[in-house]
Design a binder for this molecule. Structure first.
Ligand SMILES: [Fe+2]
Ligand SMILES: [Fe+2]
Length: 221
């Protein structure tokens, strides 16, 4: 069986994991890791894969990795990337081409791995797509006092626009953010997102591209 995002999205097992993840992370007060985030990461991973010239099957695998990468959070936050990879493998290792499953679970596990070593473009596409998703809409609480007191909420809430673009001619991948400085400043952004930007940098470099970061039209990297 050839894996397709349309079928994956309808799989009741994966949807159960995602529902349970929503419930668990809501109780911890985390930002969105549910279907909004998964759809954005899936779309972006596919867009990057297409722009860098991967074939349609690889683009689909990038999209599937994006939609499935966070579904292990309900089993524990710190190892959620391993849980997600294991769960995906349990569901599909006997149904799909093992080579495809291997690439997808490697991408999923790598998206938050400390000793990151990228050996596949699908992994790189997923990492860039995931680590670039910072936006006001990821903040779950509507309580302004809560938003201002939590740095993750505050920084996400401050980002009112987020565009990721890939230029195959110039070999650049650019993340352009609009940051509402009434809620946070650029230093706040970097104090929590430096790690994410390092992941992006590694993944973009693996693809042979240069990573650009722009905040409020200021080029920072
Ligand atoms: Fe994650
Ligand atoms: Fe994620």
């Amino acid at each position: 069986m050839k894996l397709s995002l349309t079928e994956i999205r309808q799989d009741p097992r994966l949807n159960a994991f995602i529902d349970q993840t929503d419930k668990y992370l809501k109780s911890l007060g985390y930002t969105d890791h549910g279907r909004r985030h998964l759809d954005i990461v899936s779309d972006r991973a596919k867009m990057i894969a297409k722009k860098i010239g991967l074939n349609e099957h690889e683009q689909e695998m990038a999209a599937i990795s994006g939609w499935c990468h966070d579904l292990g959070n309900f089993l524990g936050r710190t190892q959620h990337h391993y849980w997600a990879g294991m769960l995906f493998s349990q569901c599909y290792i006997n149904q799909a081409d093992p080579k495809d499953v291997a690439k997808i679970i490697q991408a999923i596990v790598s998206h938050d791995k400390d000793d990151l070593k990228i050996v596949d473009s699908i992994t790189a596409c997923l990492i860039i797509a995931d680590k670039s998703d910072v936006h006001r809409l990821r903040v779950k609480t509507k309580n302004m006092a809560e938003i201002k007191s939590d740095i993750h909420d505050r920084v996400n809430y401050a980002v009112t626009d987020n565009k990721l673009s890939v230029d195959p001619q110039k070999k650049t991948i650019t993340l352009a953010l609009k940051l509402d400085t009434n809620f946070t400043d650029i230093m706040d952004y970097f104090s929590i997102f430096v790690e994410r930007m390092n992941y992006c940098q590694k993944a973009v470099t693996y693809l042979g591209y240069t990573f650009n970061l722009q905040i409020n039209n200021i080029k920072l990297a």
